[in-house]
Design a protein. Structure first.
Lengths: 236, 222, 46
């Protein structure tokens, strides 16, 4: 046998099913201590903020939820595109599995952000670029789910949703760069891959731990839902 | 290829002309919606002058969305769409022709009617040019993006409302730029940035949307 | 970071409503999602 990579080895739902279960279980077990550590650092190590007092502690769930909301959409669109390009059922099922968790995290980003905005900006909501584009992201997730729910044939639902997800992915860079492109009320980026962070080390540590915890949770939820979808579809 | 495009376009325009009520209803909707706002918010002239760009643009959005239903439904029902999908000319070209026909009949008239609405809102006449130009650049984008939604929801139950839910979030940048250009001009500043970005949106959507529409039609027709 | 006892912790320097409103809804939402998913997994297995 020559040395070609077996790209499609796990493309079969049956083959991936047990692996998905293993990964999901591992991620689920990792999420809990990560969240515990993150919350401990966030509430018992990180100091009070000079300007915002204790209200800033919402950062430890707001930022991870917002990061995951964007990340999950991109991942969803990626698998949707793979499913369209290679006609693999599993990729499309994974995209469908990610959507509800992504939508929930988008809602939580908006909700926690709103409660953080009231004491710090004086308003529960403003129509600035970042908030508006995150709200649109929520509508895009919900539209994806609604479209798939309203099409009877599963394969057509997969492909139609995939196309919609791909068209909507342009919104994610808009959210991410909105604080650079427009004068927004929302704070600019304090964490960057290229510059030193502009926040206290303990705050950063807590935020990163929570981000990892949310990521593990996102993986657990998506893969668990994927297994449900595989079971439900293979039965029908 | 252009012959096929022209033939398809001509056919769509003829069909629309023979059924003027379909077209007129969407345009009338535009006028009615724009007339509702002053009744709801109170007709203070300063308030109306301020909200005019936004209201006119939202009304244009909604009217465009309503008329999207017609884009593929009739052809889908009588089998013409199947012929187009299987036909010789590239489906993207056919899609572009249909979208162009849709815009000429549902979008372009909005550009012409908008100054009348602006008059109702006592918008300063020096802004009419910017308003018309923003609509001229923006309404084709609405038709192009909307066509993707119309193709995705072809024959799906809950079609109309679902189409709105899918398409309105994608319309938001056009709305912000279009209404923003007029608001900018009314503040005495040049609306160049918004209009140029609208032009860019038009260029990008004109280049890519027909192929997305074609892909969506193929998905819908299986 | 010392809170001066539990009362200080819940008060969050006067911002208790906002901080716990945010954390509470987040916890509840995630708990509901976990519960719904596990129930779906059980039913899919049956």
């Amino acid at each position: 046998m020559n040395a070609t990579i077996r790209w499609f080895w796990f493309a079969s739902p049956q083959t991936f099913f047990p692996l998905a279960g293993t990964i999901a279980r591992a991620c689920g077990w990792l999420a809990v201590p990560l969240a515990a550590a993150g919350l401990y650092v966030g509430f018992f190590v990180a100091p009070t903020d000079a300007q915002q007092g204790e209200a800033y502690r919402i950062i430890f769930i707001h930022v991870p939820a917002a990061w995951m909301s964007m990340f999950l959409y991109v991942v969803m669109a990626f698998w949707a595109a793979v499913g369209l390009a290679f006609n693999t059922r599993l990729s499309a099922m994974l995209a469908s599995a990610i959507a509800p968790t992504g939508a929930l995290l988008t809602f939580l980003a908006l909700w926690t952000g709103s409660l953080w905005g009231r004491p710090t900006w004086g308003a529960y909501w403003v129509w600035d670029a970042r908030l508006t584009s995150e709200l649109i992201l929520l509508f895009l997730y919900l539209g994806f789910m609604a479209l798939q729910a309203s099409i009877e044939d599963p394969r057509r639902a997969d492909r139609a949703g995939a196309l919609l997800a791909i068209v909507g992915v342009v919104n994610v860079p808009v959210i991410y760069y909105s604080v650079q492109w427009w004068n927004t009320l929302h704070q600019g980026a304090s964490v960057s891959l290229t510059r030193a962070p502009s926040m206290a080390a303990a705050m950063l540590a807590g935020m990163l731990l929570m981000a990892l915890a949310f990521w593990m949770y996102g993986l657990w939820a998506s893969l668990t839902r994927l297994r449900c979808i595989i079971r439900e579809r293979e039965r029908a | 290829m252009t012959a096929a495009l022209r033939a398809l376009l001509w056919r769509d325009l003829l069909v629309a002309l023979r059924r003027p009520s379909d077209v007129a209803t969407a345009l009338l909707f535009f006028v009615v919606v724009a007339s509702l706002f002053p009744l709801g918010t109170g007709a203070g002239p300063n308030l109306l002058r301020e909200v005019a760009p936004g209201v006119i643009w939202v009304a244009a959005l909604l009217s465009s969305m309503l008329s999207l239903q017609r884009l593929f439904a009739a052809d889908h029902a009588d089998g013409t769409l199947e012929q187009l999908v299987l036909g010789a000319s590239p489906l993207g070209v056919a899609a572009a022709a249909k979208v162009l026909g849709h815009w000429l009949v549902s979008g372009l008239p909005l550009v012409a009617i908008a100054p009348a609405i602006a008059l109702q809102y006592d918008l300063s006449p020096r802004l009419y040019g910017t308003l018309a130009l923003s609509l001229l650049l923006g309404t084709p984008v609405l038709s192009l993006i909307g066509a993707i939604g119309a193709a995705l929801t072809l024959g799906v139950r809950g079609g109309g409302v679902l189409l709105a839910l899918l398409v309105l979030p994608l319309y938001v940048p056009v709305l912000i730029l279009g209404a923003g250009s007029v608001a900018q001009a009314s503040a005495g500043l040049a609306p160049d940035a918004q209009l140029e970005l609208l032009g860019a949106l038009l260029a990008v959507s004109a280049a890519f949307a027909p192929w997305a529409v074609a892909a969506a039609l193929r998905i819908a027709m299986e | 970071m010392s809170w001066g006892g539990w009362s200080g912790f819940w008060a969050m320097g006067g911002y208790g409503f906002y901080v716990w409103g945010a954390y509470g809804v987040t916890l509840a939402a995630l708990a509901i999602e976990v519960w719904l998913l596990r129930r779906r997994a059980r039913e899919a297995q049956a």
